[in-house]
Design a protein around this ligand. Structure first.
Ligand SMILES: Nc1ncnc2c1ncn2[C@@H]1O[C@H](COP(=O)(O)OP(=O)(O)OP(=O)(O)O)[C@@H](O)[C@H]1O
Length: 237
């Protein structure tokens, strides 16, 4: 199944004097894409700019040819883009099931609460627990589930593997590959090179607010110099 297109063209974000996004051009065109880069390079700012959570000064974002630039976060979500924010924000007093009910849509959709529980059995076991009683991995599964239940055309995930145990990371990789194979667009922001390259055949590399390179995942896997330069690691962590 062919996914949606997300086209980001020459996008600029300034916070006061700080020029954080300096003309980002990036396209998601049916296949998942991973975006990597060291801390502070502007990856989260790009996610927020696409979602309309921060103002952009120049450039455009389009979803299947429809302009998103200038819309607010609710409107961008309604057009079909969902963000899994970095750091999993939960409501401490709402249960897992209540979190899911808040976003689940009526009607015939690919992602339902039942499917979420099938995909993440741990969430089913924890469905009556409050957001403040969940482990980091469970919170991340919940954050991802909330985005999937919106049945977006494109899902953007900001470092979903951060802080997760390796076995949970493996499950995450499988889930993201499955989501992409079903035709949902996946833009994956990652600092974990193993996750970035396992989910997507192509990776884009962000350096100081610009896309420094886009390359096949297997080229990056084979290039330890590039890994050191762009990620500051000799091996994925
Ligand atoms: N609201 C803001 N006001 C001013 N500066 C900001 C704001 N948000 C982010 N920045 C700055 O923008 C730069 C890019 O931050 P951003 O969070 O986008 O980077 P990142 O690549 O996602 O890194 P990380 O993985 O650490 O989140 C940083 O220097 C940060 O301090």
């Amino acid at each position: 199944m062919t996914g949606s297109r997300l086209d980001i063209s020459d996008l600029h974000v300034r916070f006061g004097q700080a020029h954080i996004l300096q003309g980002v051009t990036l396209s998601l065109d049916g296949a998942p894409l991973s975006l990597i880069g060291r801390n502070g390079m502007g990856k989260s700012t790009l996610c927020h700019a696409v979602m309309g959570m921060v103002a952009t000064q120049e450039g455009t974002v389009e979803l299947d040819g429809t302009k998103l630039t200038g819309l607010g976060p609710n409107q961008v979500a309604r057009k079909g883009v969902a963000l899994v924010p970095q750091g999993r924000r939960m409501f401490p007093s709402l249960s897992v099931h209540e979190h899911l009910l808040l976003v689940a849509r009526k009607g015939d959709h690919r992602w339902t609460i039942d499917r979420v529980y099938e995909t993440f059995p741990r969430l089913f076991e924890r469905r009556r627990n409050g957001g403040n009683q969940l482990s980091g991995g469970e919170q991340q599964m919940l954050a991802i589930s909330r985005a999937l239940l919106m049945n977006p055309r494109v899902v953007i995930m900001d470092e979903p593997s951060e802080g997760l145990a390796p076995v949970i990371v493996d499950h995450l990789i499988e889930t993201l590959r499955q989501i992409a194979a079903e035709g949902m667009g996946v833009l994956l922001v990652e600092q974990n090179m193993r996750v970035a390259t396992a989910v997507s055949d192509r990776v884009a590399i962000m350096v100081t607010g610009q896309i420094a390179a886009t390359m096949p995942s297997r080229d990056l896997e084979a290039d330890t110099d590039a890994q050191r330069r762009y990620l500051g690691v000799s091996h994925g962590h």
